[in-house]
Design a protein around this ligand. Structure first.
Ligand code: SF4
Length: 467
């Protein structure tokens, strides 16, 4: 019986099996940011610990940075405190810090891949749920908590349970106007937000084979929203082509050797899985969330589902969602008025996302009642987008073009919803209060759908803009 990529990577990084049933797993790359690292460094100091592999940790700042100004100190004292802390900690512990002065700052899950830090066959940890993004390269990548950040800093290891693997095969061809975001929202809708608990999701099939690396990142990013511990795509020629020439990958002959090893880490043809879930790509529509978790999603032409269509467990959450979102069963999601449009985040703040959104933006003007923001995922994304004139397209249409950061995905910076505002968002979570207002409402969708909603002032089918 062959092995899955998960098993190959796991076996290659196992230090030992622990009496708890967990594995002591060596972590190849540790990414840190300003929100979940200060307490970890504080614990390091209190326990007199040092960082044995400082070259395996890279820091950036993303969650708290304002996107309308680069000025220091930040107006928000707490944000300034976090920024000062990561600067001091990186200096003291000898860790490379990619701040705004480097031109390489950005959302942690955007800069890892674009710098070539994220590579196939390695283990990656970061104190952020959406670390699963890096699985797009065939890495095994986990989000971890603050005390685990300390563990990785101090030992370069994690005590962790080996997940079983579910293979999700999306075959066929997706229609024009259906993007990677729609594919993952459809998967989560199908399998549920708890469907992947205890599992790794392996994504395969013709739709994934054809996807770009940025599209694969969008899908893997939201594995965690389906409950999975991580998600990955097997490395192939697309992966190798993306990585060639990037700053942190081996160069020349060493690159060719690395590429051969990367591809050998892909799951064997006869690998065994917990189960295999087939999905027909042709049946995926532009998808929008209507509720308070990413599984409460529907095709843009569908009606809000009736309570009877849910299991007893899910019905309670659905009832909660109808009230919170002020949406009624049987109503159309299309036409739902929006107040804010947000294009950005580690799910959909990359160059290809901005290109697709700009194609829509150039077809109209943002409705006067809508506040529309475009926040590139990194300084490198912003630079390339500006070189292509995308910022001018967005500005001409009435969008604000901002500095890179997490922004309104989590609203730990000044970009927040106000009151009961409804936001069409390309981010990954539509939880209550996620975007900064305790009563704010989020509709998740692809960046192109967000751009179309901004122009229409309401949820619209992006295919109407493309036809
Ligand atoms: S963009 Fe959102 S999900 Fe991604 S790292 Fe930032 S806050 Fe987390």
């Amino acid at each position: 019986m062959g092995k899955s990529l998960l098993d190959k990577v796991w076996d290659a990084h196992t230090v030992r099996e622990l009496p708890t049933g967990q594995t002591q797993l060596f972590i190849g790359l540790h990414l840190i940011h300003e929100v979940t690292s200060p307490q970890a460094f504080q614990m390091m100091r209190e326990q007199g610990l040092t960082v044995p592999y400082p070259d395996r940790t890279i820091a950036t700042v993303d969650h708290i940075v304002p996107t309308d100004t680069a000025a220091r100190p930040f107006a928000d004292e707490q944000a300034e405190g976090m920024m000062s802390a990561i600067e001091r900690n990186c200096r003291e512990f000898g860790i490379r810090f990619l701040d705004r002065s480097t031109g390489q700052q950005g959302i942690v899950h955007v800069i890892g891949p674009e710098l070539g830090l994220t590579q196939p066959g390695i283990t990656i940890a970061c104190g952020d749920s959406h670390t699963s993004t890096h699985g797009a390269f065939g890495a095994v990548a986990f989000g971890i908590g603050t005390s685990q950040v300390r563990d990785v800093l101090a030992t370069q290891c994690l005590a962790i349970q080996r997940p079983q693997v579910r293979r999700i095969v999306v075959d066929g061809t997706v229609a024009n106007g259906v993007y990677a975001k729609d594919v993952i929202l459809h998967i989560i809708r199908t399998l549920g937000v708890k469907g992947g608990v205890g599992l790794a999701y392996e994504y395969g099939g013709a739709v994934f084979d054809r996807m770009t690396m940025e599209e694969r990142m969008t899908v893997c990013n939201m594995s965690i929203e389906g409950g999975a511990r991580c998600g990955y795509v097997n490395p192939d020629e697309t992966t190798v082509a993306y990585l060639r020439g990037r700053e942190f990958v081996p160069q020349d002959a060493a690159f060719e050797r690395a590429a051969a090893w990367w591809k050998a880490m892909a799951s064997d043809r006869d690998a065994s899985y917990l189960d295999v879930v087939p999905i027909d790509g042709a049946r995926i529509a532009p998808t929008v969330t209507w509720g308070i978790n990413p599984g409460q999603a529907l095709g843009v032409d569908e009606k809000i589902p009736a309570p009877e269509s849910f299991s007893a467990d899910d019905r309670e959450v659905a009832e909660d969602a109808y009230g919170y979102m002020d949406l009624k069963p049987g109503a159309a999601i299309k036409g739902t008025r929006i107040d804010v449009a947000f294009i950005g985040s580690c799910t959909n703040g990359r160059l290809s996302d901005l290109r697709e959104a700009a194609k829509i933006a150039q077809r109209g003007k943002v409705k006067s009642h809508v506040k529309a923001l475009v926040v590139p995922g990194s300084q490198a994304v912003a630079k390339q987008a500006e070189a292509e004139g995308l910022h001018e397209i967005f500005r001409a249409a009435g969008f604000e073009w901002r500095l890179p950061g997490c922004s309104m995905c989590l609203a730990m910076n000044p970009d927040k919803l106000v009151g009961r505002q409804v936001c069409a968002s390309s981010s990954n979570r539509n939880f209550k209060g996620r975007q900064g207002s305790p009563s704010g409402r989020t509709l998740l969708m692809s960046p192109a759908m967000v751009a179309a909603a901004a122009i229409e002032g309401a949820v619209v089918d992006v295919r109407e803009f493309l036809s």
